[in-house]
Design a protein around this ligand. Structure first.
Ligand SMILES: *Cc1c(COP(=O)(O)O)cnc(C)c1O
Length: 404
């Protein structure tokens, strides 16, 4: 049973008023809100067991280490990863992609090819530009069509024996389109390329099975799955994590250090230099447990209802155009109103307590494709409601009257 009132009661921030109106939080694509269990777990960690991990023999250090490693196993199970050492704690998606791309920057040769897509977030573009600049590899881009679908014929044509890496997002943060990653992974593997999936918008809405997908890397941010900022996960297949050079040097990632030579620790520690966000890593496991208790099937069914309702209500507004019209979408509606700048809509609806995102959503190539300065983006989580969508629709109508 999906009890929306009970769910909303667990998110203290949703109870507040903003600008004198009940908060309607539709900026979940930027960051999700935190349930009470997550807030409590942060406090409990610092109140009861705060200590540095993997180092001390003392009791608190062991308790903190155990909690941190238990969280890693939780996330391993959640992703159906074969091994816990394939689950690396990071500070977020950006860090995870940079770790992988920086490593490939050292493994790639001149003339090798890296494929990304026109639908990527800047954090899945720029690190690959760095890698290509350093190695002399060539960056290729899968285009998308008017509906926001990646062109799979173009992708097939881009693949070659020189393709070493394909890096695409699971779900576009700017349009909400779900990409055909199973197809992309299968095709890329046929030419021997590694595949990185930017799951920043996938992990909050889908139960991901990395073995079923057979991706080589899956990356996501904790803060978009109800955990704190500064947390994230990089799943990588053992063979690739062994092949990639370390990213950060420092404590924890070494086996032996002399001034002549340093040997590296095994996985996952090779990639976890320095004191991590210990509380955050533990609490990420709590957030994942929380979402699994609600159930990703129930979450998906409910969010699909919200998405369909919002799409229908918004489409009925004269002059409103939705970008990303595919059948296969996650809970994001990105739109503009003819003759009105997205920023003006965002500002007016904020006065009515509604948080939406306006701008290019860190995906400028998408805006360039559509030849627009940006969009208004309403992105939903399982704690949003149809009543909130009604409030947004009324606010937009009011904004249109005020601005025209
Ligand atoms: C949010 C997001 C990122 C970046 O995540 P950070 O948490 O800022 O590191 C990357 N890709 C997509 C698709 C995103 O939505």
């Amino acid at each position: 049973m999906f009890d929306i009132d009970a769910i909303r009661a667990e998110f203290p921030i949703l109870k507040q008023q903003v600008n004198g109106k009940p908060l309607v939080y539709f900026d979940n694509g930027a960051t999700a809100q935190k349930p009470q269990v997550v807030l409590d777990a942060i406090e409990k960690y610092y109140t009861d067991i705060n200590a540095n991990i993997h180092r001390g023999v003392h009791t608190l250090s062991q308790l903190a280490t155990d909690a941190y490693e238990e969280s890693r196993i939780k996330i391993q199970k959640h992703l159906n990863a074969p091994h816990a050492h394939e689950v690396l704690f990071t500070s977020g998606t950006t860090f995870g992609i940079n770790l992988v791309a920086s490593g490939f920057g050292q493994l790639l040769s001149k003339g090798d090819e890296v494929i990304i897509s026109e639908l990527e977030h800047h954090s899945n573009i720029v690190p690959w530009q760095f890698a290509c600049q350093r190695s002399g590899a060539i960056l290729k881009v899968i285009p998308f069509d008017a509906q926001g679908h990646l062109d799979m014929k173009a992708f097939d044509a881009l693949l070659s024996p020189r393709t070493q890496v394909v890096a695409v997002n699971h779900v576009s943060n700017a349009l909400g389109v779900v990409n055909p990653i199973a197809y992309i992974i299968e095709k890329a593997h046929q030419v021997g390329a590694a595949v990185l999936i930017d799951g920043a918008q996938g992990a909050p809405h889908f139960k991901v099975d990395v073995q079923a997908l057979d991706c080589d890397f899956y990356v996501f941010s904790g803060h978009k799955v109800c955990a704190p900022t500064g947390t994230g996960i990089l799943y990588g297949k053992t063979a690739w994590l062994e092949k990639l050079p370390p990213y950060l040097g420092g404590g924890e990632m070494i086996k032996e250090v002399t001034f002549e030579e340093t040997t590296y620790a095994g996985l996952p520690h090779k990639f976890e230099a320095g004191t991590p966000n210990i509380a955050g890593g533990i609490v990420l496991g709590v957030a994942i447990d929380y979402m699994n208790e609600i159930g990703f099937d129930a979450i998906h069914a409910y969010e699909t209802e919200l998405l369909e309702y919002a799409t229908a209500q918004l489409t009925a507004i004269p002059g409103l155009k939705i970008y990303g019209e595919g059948k296969d979408k996650a809970a994001v509606v990105s739109f503009n109103i003819e003759g009105i700048h997205p920023y003006d809509i965002g500002t007016i609806v904020d006065k009515m307590g509604i948080a939406v995102r306006t701008g290019h959503h860190c995906a400028q190539p998408i805006m360039k494709h559509f030849d627009i300065p940006g969009t208004v983006r309403a992105s939903f989580m399982f704690y949003n409601t149809k009543e909130e969508i009604d409030i947004l629709v009324a606010a937009i109508k009011k904004a249109i009257t005020m601005l025209s």
